[in-house]
Design a protein around this ligand. Structure first.
Ligand code: BEZ
Ligand code: FE
Length: 333
C-alpha cells in the first residue's frame, strides 16, 4: 500500500496495557466518550458544528456516522500511519474509478456494505404475508441504455465456448399472481472469460446485455449463457484489501436483472447457479436462498443446451401502500 509514513507520528502518548483495559479501549465495543481517556467533549463538538440549514435526515445520519467513526478510532487506537494508509486507499480508489470502473462501490461490496443496505431496503419493504422476489445488489457493471431486443432474441454475440441457455418465465404481480404487461427486464452477465463487455476490448459493445418488454401474458424469454463464476476486479485497492484480509475475490455464477413496470416498485436482483462452487462464499455476500436456481439440460433446441425457468414477482405501489409497506414511494416510475 502506498503512502506509508516512515516514522508514525505519536500524537497520543502510549499507556500501560492495564490502563487500556480499564479504559475500555482495547478492542471492546464499550468504547465511548465516557470511558475513553481521550477528550470526552471532542465528538460532541464535531456533531454540534452542524448548522441550522442541514436537513433533519442529514443531521441525524451524519451525527450517527461521526459517533460510530470516532468510537472506532478510539477503540482501535488508530494512529496517523494507519489513517494515512486508509486515506491513500480511498484516493487510489478515486483515481481508478471512471465510467467503466467503480472502485468505491467495489470496496463497499467486499466489506458487505451494499449487500447489507440491500437487506435493509428489502426488509423494510417486506412486512406483507407473501414477498416479492428478493433483491440483490446492483454491483458496478450495469450500463444504462442496453439495447432493446425482441422476446426470444439472444444477448450472446461472438462467443463460441459458452453454455447456451434459454431463460424464460413470467413477470407477475406478487399479490394477485396476475401477469404484468409492459414489464421491462434489463439483463446482463459476464462472458465465459469472466469479463463484462466494458472490461473486455474483444467483446462487442453491449454484448450479453439486453432489455425485453413483456406482452399481456407477462411472459419473457431470451437466449443467454449459463454464467460462470468470476473474480471481482482485484488489481486495485479492493483487491489489495482482499489480499490483506486473506480473502478470495470470486463471485458465484449469476445473472443480473433490473425489472421495472408501470405502477410497480423496481426490482434489482441476481439469480445464482446452485451448482457453482462459490455459491456459499460470495466475495460480496449477495446470495439469497430464494435466488438460487437450477439449470436443466435442454433437448431439441439447436440454440441452447440448458433451460432456465424463473418467475419474477413485483410489488405494486398500490398493494405496498395497503400493506403499510415502508419505503413505498411514488418517486420511481
Ligand atoms: C457484479 O456482480 O457485477 C459485482 C458485484 C459487486 C462487486 C463487483 C461485481
Ligand atoms: Fe456480476
Amino acid at each position: 500500500m502506498s503512502g506509508k509514513v516512515e516514522q508514525p507520528l505519536q500524537l497520543v502518548p502510549e499507556i500501560e496495557p492495564d490502563h487500556r483495559a480499564a479504559n475500555g479501549v482495547n478492542g471492546h465495543a464499550e468504547s465511548s466518550t465516557t470511558t475513553s481517556r481521550f477528550d470526552p467533549h471532542f465528538t460532541d463538538a464535531v456533531i454540534n458544528a452542524t448548522g441550522p440549514k442541514a436537513t433533519p435526515r442529514m443531521r441525524k445520519v451524519i451525527a450517527s456516522l461521526t459517533r460510530h467513526l470516532h468510537d472506532f478510532l478510539r477503540e482501535n487506537e488508530i494512529k496517523i500511519d494507519e489513517y494515512m494508509a486508509a486515506i491513500d486507499l480511498m484516493n487510489w480508489a478515486g483515481r481508478m474509478s471512471d465510467a467503466k470502473r467503480n472502485e468505491g462501490q467495489l470496496l463497499s461490496d467486499i466489506l458487505g456494505i451494499e449487500s447489507l443496505v440491500d437487506e435493509i431496503t428489502y426488509k423494510l419493504a417486506d412486512d406483507a404475508k407473501d414477498a416479492p422476489t428478493a433483491t440483490a445488489i446492483l454491483g458496478p457493471f450495469w450500463r444504462q441504455d442496453a439495447p432493446k431486443r425482441k422476446m426470444g432474441d439472444t444477448i450472446v454475440f461472438g462467443i463460441d465456448d459458452g453454455d447456451n441457455t434459454l431463460m424464460h418465465g413470467k413477470v407477475l404481480d406478487y399479490h394477485t399472481s396476475k401477469p404484468i404487461e409492459n414489464a421491462e427486464l434489463d439483463v446482463w452477465h459476464t462472458a465465459p472469460n469472466g469479463l463484462y463487455e466494458q472490461q473486455d476490448p474483444n467483446q462487442v459493445d453491449m454484448n450479453l446485455r439486453g432489455r425485453f418488454t413483456t406482452g399481456a401474458d407477462g411472459t419473457y424469454s431470451f437466449y443467454c449463457l449459463r454464467p460462470t463464476s468470476y473474480p471481482v476486479p482485484n488489481d486495485g485497492p479492493a483487491g489489495k484489501l482482499l489480499e490483506l484480509l486473506d480473502r478470495h475475490p470470486m463471485r458465484p455464477a449469476h445473472i443480473h436483472f433490473i425489472i421495472t413496470a408501470p405502477g410497480y416498485k423496481p426490482l434489482v436482483t441476481q439469480i445464482f447457479d446452485r451448482r457453482d462452487k462459490h455459491i456459499s462464499d460470495d466475495s460480496v455476500f449477495a446470495v439469497k436462498e430464494s435466488l438460487i436456481v437450477d439449470f436443466a439440460p435442454k433437448e431439441g433446441d439447436p440454440q441452447a443446451q440448458f433451460d432456465l425457468q424463473y418467475d419474477f414477482k413485483l410489488a405494486s405501489y398500490e398493494a405496498a401502500k395497503k400493506d403499510g409497506m415502508n419505503g413505498a414511494t411514488e418517486l420511481a416510475p
